[in-house]
Design a protein around this ligand. Structure first.
Ligand code: ARG
Ligand code: ZN
Length: 873
């Protein structure tokens, strides 16, 4: 890999080391117990650690401790001062006894920790993030997930500045010290890896509640936020209690400590973190009230709270042996939180949302230079592997096992898994084996889902024979090469399938067809007339489907399929085929494309279809994004996609204008509540408003402004704002100003204000984005703000891929400025440039040029280097 970069003169000096799954070895020394003491201070926190260690097996290798920016100031072994030496990112200490007590001290500076890994400061409070490798930024340690230890933590701090002192487990002691200081001692009886360690110190306010487990154990619940935010924690608390009850009911899993604490922090690299007994959350996944959070935010909070709670078993009680097994906890936990959210709301809508997310983030990843299996074989920087593949494709892989096993057998498999591996650091292979033994599945061939990257492509064709009254389903699977994997073995692909009778408009029952060979045919009897094929119902397999089906059959499925996902899918396919034809692409899609009349007419039917609730109606009637349309093309043509989609929106808006107006009025009459009906009404209201605006009706701006001005909740306000942000005129400016003034000081809503502008379809969005970068509220040190401004811009395909290359330069500029501040957040922004192979030569050259410019930056982080190198390969 050293010469991957011949085009520039700058040699890559210290190339990041590649870590391989095959090289796994247990640690030479175990740390069995950890006693930590912290004298907390924003700029100089003193840390002391006492580690009881034990030699693992017969060897004379030294104790090696991982360090990232910290070194011991003092170090003793069994009370005697000891020497240590550097070995790469570790320090090594020779020890002759089989067990020893290691004592070390160090000092760290949380307030200069802009990476937000380890111990860092946020608005005057202190908190930690240790997954994956943050603990080594606090003290030198055997910082790997298979080293599980019991922790006791003593926190000391100034009582006025840090009245709240929290760590994992339960509080065992607390009291006052001299000089206005106080202390708190926490003990966590469950052995855990260092990535689950956490502490928090700050001036925080708690919302409290209680939960009693099924076996009668009381649990004190608390959510800690900054003063002033305590009125926005109710929804998160409710989600927590619902999650606790759900895990008992559905998986038989109970909580295992007397306290469960959650802390919200506004500077955070990711969504949230499942530290044992002390979850730390990005405040955006905790704080909500109707005035500041959308219905979508409410759902995201419920999902993330559940996700982190579920990790207590799938992640903490059974953790990962090494980071290659990350999907063991993440894929499974995402699957669990998806099922939970489906149970709390609408299963159909949740499935559509999850599939849309998978297609928007994971499919492109799997088709590009950063593709990797859900259990990767190698990495340079593990932070780069908290990906949609590990999480979302990982969840799909678990879901396929659940589909194949059925609910009872799947539960038997999960019971066996938790029973066998409780208290252990396990592997994906062990999960699969527990599923085989517990659920009675043969997963021999299925293991390939863990091994290979890339989205399988399935071709399906239904052949009818009138003489024998049979319908034969012909299936084929294909794979495209991905980095390091030119050829791939065949995979078992579970396809929920139904054949629908054209007259009865019904089927005789669904079948699970397992496609396991390269080509396979299944014959169904008793079909005098050709039925309509409904396949991959509920998106039972994470594949792309190419089904030979005429547009008439798709229209039939939109109207009559009893699987809600399949209905959604059929209309999406109709729209995609139509747009691909409009764009002027040749191929099967264009040939079978339905006429505009048919599409408009089916939209018209669905707007008032009584069988649909408004939430599902909105899903079905939303057009695919420009980016998703780009995914359907070999070479993406941003301008053509943009104008074709815009024209179709305009046609649907104009032709159905009266209906959209009626829907908008009907939905506007529904009062605010969190009921399903009221939420559905808000969803369809803003969709209708969008179509009214697309029709360019002269009063569209007025209607949008009226929705904005009269809104008594954020869903309506933001829905109107999104429409206004793309329009020209005074209404836009005055709405944006009033939105800003109203919410100045509320960071989460100001994030929305940034996103609304950079995601808009306004012709001047680029210029507006440049201005926003200079805005006094923009800062590189808050990841939420950075993402709020840049991510919608980068996802705005026509803008980011502007032919001049200005979008690429805007992103490159961000990467170069942000990398020294926060490499983990920076590295996430490389993927959009890495998609250069999918664009025309001129764009591809500019995108590559940007990647090369980034790679030439002296001191570029390991995180960003890995992503750029892979993107250029
Ligand atoms: N385990 C956390 C979660 O998914 C996320 C931690 C992400 N860590 C990271 N280095 N990106 O619930
Ligand atoms: Zn997780």
């Amino acid at each position: 890999m050293a010469d991957i970069h011949p085009a520039t003169a700058t040699p890559i000096l210290a190339e990041p080391q590649v870590i391989r799954r095959a090289d796994y070895r247990p640690p030479d020394w175990w740390v069995k117990t950890v006693a930590l003491e912290f004298d907390l201070d924003l700029s100089a926190t003193k840390v002391s650690a006492t580690l009881e260690i034990e030699r693992n097996g017969e060897h004379d290798r030294p104790l090696r401790l991982d360090c990232d920016g910290v070194l011991p100031l003092t170090l003793t072994i069994d009370g005697m001062a000891a020497n240590w030496r550097h070995e790469g990112d570790q320090i090594a200490i020779d020890i002759s006894a089989p067990t020893a007590t290691v004592h070390l001290t160090t000092t760290i500076a949380p307030d200069t920790n802009t990476q937000l890994m380890g111990l860092f400061a946020s608005n005057g409070m202190l908190c930690t993030q240790c997954e994956a490798e943050g603990f080594r930024r606090i003290i030198p340690f055997v910082d790997r997930p298979d080293n599980m230890a019991v922790y006791e933590v003593l926190l000391r701090a100034d009582k006025t500045r840090f009245p709240v002192l929290l760590a994992n487990g339960a509080l065992v002691d607390s009291g006052d010290l001299e000089d206005g200081r106080h202390y708190a001692r926490w003990h966590d009886p469950h052995p855990k890896p260092s990535y689950l360690f956490a502490l928090v110190a700050g001036d925080l306010v708690a919302t409290r509640d209680h939960f009693t487990t099924r076996s009668g154990a009381p649990v004190d619940l608390a959510i800690y936020v900054r003063a002033g935010d305590e009125g926005r924690t109710a929804h998160a608390m409710q989600a927590l209690k619902a999650s606790m009850a759900w895990d008992e009911r559905v998986y038989g899993l109970e909580y295992d400590l007397p306290v469960f604490n959650i802390v919200a922090v506004s500077d955070f690299n990711m969504g949230a973190m499942e530290n044992k007994g002390l979850n730390i959350f990005n405040s955006r996944y905790i704080l909500a009230d109707p005035d500041t959070a959308t219905d979508y935010d409410y759902d995201a909070i419920e999902g993330v709270v559940a996700h982190e709670y579920f990790h207590n078993w799938s992640g903490n009680r059974v953790t990962c042996r090494d980071w290659f097994q990350l999907s063991l906890k993440e894929g499974f936990t995402v699957y669990r939180d998806q099922c939970f959210s489906a149970d709390m709301g609408s299963e159909a809508v949740k499935r559509i949302e999850d599939v849309r997310m998978l297609r928007a983030t994971q499919f492109p990843e799997d088709a590009g230079p950063l593709a990797h299996p859900i259990r990767p074989d190698s990495y340079m920087e593990i932070s780069n592997f908290y990906t949609s593949t590990i999480y979302n494709k990982g969840a799909e892989v678990i879901r396929m096992m659940a589909t194949m096993a059925g609910p009872e057998r799947f539960r038997a498999g999960s019971d066996l898994y938790f029973q066998r591996h409780d208290g252990e650091a396990a592997t994906c292979e062990q999960f699969v084996r527990a599923m085989e033994d517990g659920a009675g599945l043969d997963l021999g061939q299925f293991r390939h889902w863990y091994e290979q990257a890339g989205t399988p492509q399935v071709q399906a064709r239904l052949e009818h024979d009138a003489d024998s009254a049979t319908a034969t389903l012909h299936l084929r699977q294909r794979f495209s090469p991905t980095p390091g994997q030119p050829d791939k073995p065949l995979m078992p692909i579970p396809l929920r399938t139904a054949l629908i009778d054209r007259d009865m408009k019904a089927h005789r029952g669904e079948q699970l067809v397992m496609l396991a060979q390269a080509e396979q045919s299944v014959t169904f009897t008793g079909f005098a007339r050709p039925p309509v094929l409904s396949i991959n119902r509920g998106f039972s397999a994470p594949v792309t489907m190419d089904v030979a089906r005429r547009s008439g059959d798709l229209l039939f499925l939109v109207r009559h399929d009893d699987d809600p996902f399949a209905r959604y899918e059929a209309l999406q396919q109709l729209v995609i085929d139509r747009l691909i034809a409009d764009i002027g692409e040749e191929g099967a899609a264009s040939e079978r494309a339905a006429g505009l009349e048919d599409i408009v007419s089916v939209f018209g039917d669905l707007v008032s279809d009584q069988r649909l609730d408004d939430s599902m109606r909105t899903e079905i009637l939303s057009l695919p994004t420009e980016a998703f349309l780009g995914e359907q093309m070999l070479i993406v043509r941003p301008e053509a996609i943009h104008s074709a989609r815009r024209a179709l929106r305009k046609a649907i808006g104009t032709r159905l204008l009266d209906q959209w107006r009626i829907v908008h009025e009907r939905a506007s009459a529904v009062h605010y509540s969190l009921s399903r009906e009221a939420r559905g009404a808000r969803k369809i209201k803003s969709l209708a408003l969008g179509y009214i605006a697309s029709s360019e009706a002269p009063d569209a701006g007025k209607i949008a402004f009226a929705q904005f001005a009269s809104a008594d909740n954020m869903t309506d306000r933001q829905g109107a704002m999104m429409v206004l942000a793309s329009m020209a005129g005074d209404e836009r400016e005055s709405a944006l100003d009033s939105f800003y003034n109203r919410y100045q000081g509320n960071a989460l809503v100001i994030d929305k204000w940034f996103s609304l502008q950079t995601s808009s379809a306004h012709p001047k969005v680029y210029e507006q984005t440049l201005e926003l970068i200079q805005h006094k509220d923009f800062t590189l040190t808050n990841p939420n703000r950075v993402r709020a401004l840049y991510w919608p811009f980068v996802s705005n395909q026509a803008e980011f891929h502007h032919a001049s290359g200005r979008g690429y330069r805007l992103l490159t500029d961000l990467v170069l400025r942000l990398d020294p501040v926060n490499p983990q957040t920076t590295a996430r922004f490389i993927a959009p440039l890495g998609r250069w192979r999918r664009f025309d030569e001129a764009r591809a050259a500019m995108m590559r040029g940007c990647l090369e410019q980034i790679l030439a930056q002296p001191g570029l982080s390991k995180d960003t280097t890995e992503q750029v190198m892979k993107s250029l390969e």
